[in-house]
Write a protein that binds this ligand. Structure first.
Ligand code: ADP
Ligand code: MG
Length: 303
């Protein structure tokens, strides 16, 4: 049959579009009603087209009955603000050393600038998001992180002092569940508070992983600025069992921000999350490609 009002190439285009939607159906059924935690990285956020496509993707997930829970980072934006204020900061094991002055700036950038921008972007594309900060209403109870590292020569373990960098100890999941049951999308800033009222900067991957575990999420998606985990030849590793991931995490080609990312995936799977994926946030609609097509992208880590 031929439609008189469409050229043949237009017809083929629309038929392809229709079949793409139909092919998504089994994936929609599979994920519907499930919690999916998405870590949205600082790099993808800086690009207007990418942030628009991210917002639409999140709206789409919600419309088909999936519960997206967003945890955002803010590394590049925090870096810019510190530079503007002439404050130096350095990283140890992929984590930002955070003194008292820095943690205030981290808090402002994360919970004011970035969090509201993501919420607004989602709401502008027709979604309904609400921003929450981990250090408010005891959402994320934290304590100071004592990062243990082994000296490679002597094999002696030492503890690194990162200042106001925290580790989550308890998540108030009732608050997240309430937001979801009200039909809203939670957008969470990765901050924590200790029993003395100190605010801590927490790596956003770590927060996403702990929330995924606590919320019994089906999936954890960590969007970043690389294709996934790259091997020593810079080739993408497309999938790893959790045992293989534990082995790889010790290799010398895993450095910087990739260290907490892999650790997060391992911990999340140990906590019952079915699959964790590190994927390229620079590709538009990467979330949709990952969830709704057979062409999974990035590095999948599974049980
Ligand atoms: P994000 O904002 O997404 O958390 P990070 O800078 O914290 O970004 O972590 C991602 C970075 O990890 C990559 O840009 C890359 O430079 C670094 N990295 C280190 N080792 C690897 C590796 N083996 N494969 C991929 N990326 C790696
Ligand atoms: Mg990071």
């Amino acid at each position: 049959m031929k439609f008189d009002f469409l050229s043949e190439s237009d017809q083929a285009y629309f038929i392809h579009k229709a079949s793409t939607l139909v092919e998504a159906l089994p994936y929609i059924r599979q994920h519907s009603g499930k919690n999916i935690v998405i870590k949205y990285g600082g790099h993808a956020m800086g690009d207007t087209n990418l942030s628009k496509s991210f917002s639409k993707d999140i709206g789409l997930l919600k419309e088909v009955g999936i519960n997206p829970i967003i945890v955002h980072g803010g590394g590049p934006q925090i870096g810019e603000m510190l530079k503007k204020k002439n404050i130096n900061s350095n990283f140890l094991e992929g984590l930002r050393v955070t003194d008292k002055e820095t943690v205030k700036i981290v808090e402002d950038v994360l919970s004011k600038d970035i969090n509201s921008k993501i919420v607004n972007d989602i709401n502008l594309t027709g979604g309904k998001a609400i921003g929450i900060s981990g250090n408010k209403n005891e959402l994320i109870k934290a304590e100071k992180l004592n990062l243990k590292v082994k000296d490679s020569d002597s094999n002696i373990e030492k503890i690194l002092d990162l200042g106001f960098v925290g580790t989550p100890v308890e998540i108030k999941i009732s608050s997240i569940k309430e937001i979801i049951s009200n039909g809203l999308i939670p957008v969470i800033a990765p901050l924590g508070i200790d029993k003395f009222g100190n605010t801590y900067n927490i790596n956003a991957d770590t927060v996403a992983g702990v929330i995924a575990g606590a919320m019994k999420a089906d999936k954890l998606l960590l969007l970043t600025d690389v294709a996934g985990i790259l091997d020593e030849n810079k080739k993408l590793i497309s999938s790893l069992s959790v045992t293989e991931a534990k082995e790889i995490s010790k290799k010398e080609f895993i450095i910087g921000g990739m260290k907490p990312k892999i650790k997060t995936c391992i911990n999340a799977i140990d906590q019952g999350v079915k699959k964790a994926t590190i994927l390229d946030g620079r590709i538009s609609h990467s979330i949709i490609l990952e969830l709704f097509t057979e062409h999974g992208i990035g590095t999948q880590i599974y049980t």
